[in-house]
Design a protein around this ligand. Structure first.
Ligand code: SF4
Length: 242
């Protein structure tokens, strides 16, 4: 097991991610909490870019549960055909739109249980909606966050829930609101799955990953220079989970 992060190291880790991007945002394009929910449901096992391409036209004609139900499953399917698992996703979006109308006055509930009761909505989707639409300090663990948490050693875990609970424990409260986006963006653009850009990574000296890359990557400009932290990095006992 890699050496656990000290409080100071965790603080420095997030301070540096914050310095790179003080006000991070989701890369999904949406118009209101409802379209955010739909976009997140559509984004399962798909890229944000692919979802945005499909929803650009869809949300012009269906940006409320009522309009989506009026469009119908067949109409919705035509718009999202380019997204993986689109048939199932179309079913879920129509079903969740009906439930929102019947049980929540066509509004998005600010409540985890109510969100998770909607078809196609799991813990991760509920966390994203609570965070982005309602400003709650939730951390939705997707594939990028799972990888970054395990590789760096900030919150190792065998499954997304373990990682989420670990992050809940270690992320300082002042960073919790944006931790989700900082970690996703770090995983998407720097700590990428196949070949992380370790030479240009702003948390390289803190990271416990034993297989850091030695070359490659384009430095991303920092708004402030990171503070150096002296850390003795011990090699971890094996490859981190991916
Ligand atoms: S040093 Fe490499 S493995 Fe560690 S967080 Fe940075 S990019 Fe990822």
């Amino acid at each position: 097991m890699p050496k656990p992060f000290s409080k100071k190291e965790i603080e420095t880790f997030f301070a540096r991610l914050k310095a790179k991007d003080p006000d991070p945002k989701t890369e999904l394009v949406y118009r209101n909490p409802y379209t955010l929910l739909v976009a997140v449901v559509l984004s399962a096992q798909a890229t944000d870019k692919g979802v945005n391409k499909a929803t650009a036209e869809l949300f012009k004609i269906a940006d409320t549960p009522q309009k989506m139900v009026a469009l119908g499953e067949a109409g919705l399917t035509q718009h999202i055909k380019t997204i993986g698992l689109y048939r199932n996703k179309a079913k879920n979006v129509i079903a969740l739109s009906k439930l929102l109308i019947e049980q929540h006055g066509a509004n998005i509930p600010r409540d985890r249980d109510a969100l998770e009761a909607l078809p196609g909505v799991g813990r991760k989707t509920a966390n994203v909606v609570l965070n982005v639409a309602f400003g709650e300090p939730t951390i939705a663990v997707d594939t990028h966050i799972f990888r970054v948490a395990n590789r760096t050693g900030i919150a190792p875990g065998k499954n997304p829930r373990e990682v989420e609970d670990g992050l809940e424990r270690v992320v300082p409260s002042e960073y919790k609101l944006h931790a989700h986006h900082w970690l996703i963006l770090h995983g998407r653009y720097t700590c990428i799955a196949r070949k992380p850009l370790c030479p240009v990574c702003v948390v390289r000296d803190l990271c416990r990953y034993p297989d850091k890359t030695k070359e490659g990557g384009t430095p991303t400009p920092l708004k402030t220079k990171p503070k150096a932290v002296k850390t003795r990095v011990r090699p971890a006992g094996g490859r981190a989970a991916r």
